[in-house]
Design a protein around this ligand. Structure first.
Ligand code: HEC
Length: 159
């Protein structure tokens, strides 16, 4: 009984929190591709962020980046900079901007925007004409909370 009501309360709090997320289109960009304002009211959890970075279907950051502090995760790519020290090189706001849409800071980057719903040129548009009908049909790769979790982990990556 007690447990059910606690779970119910958490669900309500979670729903309330989720509705307060900043939507991809509502993000306020600073100069040089930084985002000062967190995307959620819930502070990022570095452990969750680390898990997102190691998960194929999510950020899959290690496919391109190697991360010294994540040596337990196999198969790091080397086509992108080593992320150790990213917490020294960039502020939290800059890291948030890079994860949301790296092209704001690095215009020619092939790093995928993790919290972005367009404009994209999708292969489907050119090859099959089957473009999603509306931008609402496109889901960002990461949720707002996952972005915050990843940023919380990145700031811990010191030299
Ligand atoms: C498809 C490859 C690819 C993936 C996947 C990728 N990145 Fe990147 N990332 C890059 C490249 C390339 C750069 C270098 C910037 C540029 O493009 O000039 C970069 C730059 C960065 C930087 C700044 C580099 C530094 O330390 O100075 C950070 C931080 C970063 N990425 C974090 C992430 C995170 C976190 C993820 C996963 C959520 C991720 N990246 C996924 C390719 C990738």
């Amino acid at each position: 009984m007690f447990r059910a009501s606690v779970i119910g309360m958490i669900a309500v709090l979670w729903a309330a929190g989720a509705s307060a997320d900043v939507a991809p289109g509502d993000i306020v960009w600073g100069e040089y591709g930084s985002i000062e304002q967190p995307l959620t009211d819930t502070p990022g959890d570095p452990e969750e962020g680390r898990a997102v970075m190691a998960t194929n279907a999510l950020g899959n950051c290690v496919a391109c980046h190697s991360v010294e502090a994540m040596e337990d995760v196999p198969f790091h790519g080397t086509i992108a900079p080593e992320l150790q020290g990213a917490g020294d090189r960039w502020t939290e706001a800059e890291l948030r901007g890079i994860v949301v849409d790296a092209k704001q800071l690095f215009p020619d980057s092939f790093m995928p925007g993790m919290y972005k719903v367009g404009p994209f040129i999708r292969p489907g548009v050119e090859f099959t004409g089957n473009a999603p009908d509306a931008p609402e049909d496109i889901q960002p790769i990461l949720t707002a909370q996952q972005v915050e979790d990843v940023v919380a982990y990145l700031v811990t990556l010191k030299e």
